[in-house]
Write a protein that binds this ligand. Structure first.
Ligand SMILES: [Zn+2]
Length: 374
């Protein structure tokens, strides 16, 4: 999957595209130009896509009817010719149900608009160590559907762990192995269901609403530790859908035992939960030392992928008690010492500024991209 329209390559001339394919592609092109908050007239969309007036008018007409776009007033007069009506993404009609399974003690459900912005929230509180069954998730979705004020185009579930299609292959945090989430949810509601890895969902928000560009190494540090890689606006998935799963790479073979069976996994050493435990009963100097050491571990872990992929942007999502200046500076210093060279652009490690809805928003965007690709 690459993000429609963000990549400009078109293969219409080489592949024999059916009219339906062409129409879908044109729809994606126009949507990508307007997403998230741009406004253009039909004429401007024609100029930017290279599509004919008839083609733009045809696709736009269909998208207006469907509720994807709306007309938002008149373009400023350009001097000659009549002023065009501006179009933008319609946030009033279609809805997405987006579920966040990343927090250990609660499940977070939302109804979002087409920008992934949550309009309604609900939570299910979990007892410590409680097993999360598909039924609990279905119950939460049922509740969200009842709260929706518009037609729901898809359901998205963001899960920690390795996600392969609609199946969570492995989630240490949830204790899941090969758990199919998409099929039972889809069969229960008859609504298309998308399941994504939590780091990938969050990265989508950073790409479209944060500071991230088309190339980014995105690291998520909360209960677990995972990452997602964006190369030329295409997420790197991996042969077994486990790209970015750095949490269970050992950085100390003699370190503490991890639930996965290995020792010294990055997640066991420096996830937010692990660090909070380490810092629980120590003085401030010791806390700083723990965070600085954790930053060096992360810098060490990221040096190879950052150098290997010639990546200049590393974005870290996490709470400010962990991802603070001490941590970032230590990670940056390690990375600088280990990767800087004349041919590798300086890699900057920065903190993700997206808010707590980053996961549900990104998952809603994943649903939307699937919907547009249909
Ligand atoms: Zn492990």
């Amino acid at each position: 999957m690459s993000y429609p329209g963000l990549a400009t390559a078109t293969d219409d001339r080489t592949a024999k595209a059916s009219p339906a394919d062409v129409r879908r592609k044109n729809r994606q092109l126009i949507f990508a130009l307007l997403f998230p908050t741009k406004q253009y007239s039909r004429a401007e969309l024609g100029r930017r896509t290279g599509l004919s007036r008839v083609a733009v008018s045809d696709v736009v007409g269909q998208m207006l009817e469907e509720g994807l776009l709306r007309e938002t007033g008149q373009a400023p007069s350009g001097g000659k010719g009549k002023r065009g009506t501006l179009l933008s993404i319609d946030t009033n009609r279609l809805r997405i149900i987006s579920i966040d399974l990343t927090q250990e003690h609660l499940l977070h459900g939302t109804v979002t608009n087409l920008l992934g912005q949550p309009l309604r929230h609900a939570e299910v509180t979990l007892n410590a160590g409680a097993y999360v069954s598909v039924d609990i998730i279905i119950e939460l979705i049922e509740k969200m559907l009842g709260m929706s004020d518009g037609e729901v185009i898809g359901i998205g579930v963001s899960s920690p762990g390795v996600v392969d299609g609609g199946v969570v292959r492995s989630s240490t945090m949830r204790g899941w192995r090969n758990l199919d989430l998409a099929t039972p949810i889809n069969e229960h509601f008859g609504i298309d269901t998308t399941v994504s890895n939590d780091a990938t969902s969050a990265m989508l928000t950073e790409r479209f609403f944060g500071q991230g560009g088309p190339n980014m190494l995105f690291v998520r540090m909360d209960s677990g530790l995972g990452s997602a890689i964006l190369l030329s606006d295409t997420p790197v998935i991996g042969e077994l859908h486990a790209a970015g799963e750095i949490g269970h790479i050992s950085i100390d073979l003699n370190g503490p035992l991890c639930p996965c069976g290995k020792r010294g996994c990055l997640e066991t050493m420096i996830s937010a939960d692990a660090l909070r435990k380490q810092m629980a009963n120590v003085d401030d100097d010791e806390r700083q030392a723990i965070l600085a050491r954790a930053g060096r571990y992360l810098g060490q872990a990221l040096a190879m992928p950052a150098g290997l992929l010639d990546m200049s942007d590393v974005c870290i999502f996490g709470q400010p008690d962990i991802i603070n200046t001490t941590f970032i500076d230590a990670a940056q210093a390690y990375l600088d010492a280990s990767t800087s060279s004349s041919f590798h652009k300086h890699t900057v490690i920065r903190r993700c500024e997206c808010g707590p809805d980053i996961t549900v928003q990104g998952e809603a965007i994943a649903v939307l991209l699937q919907y547009l690709a249909k």
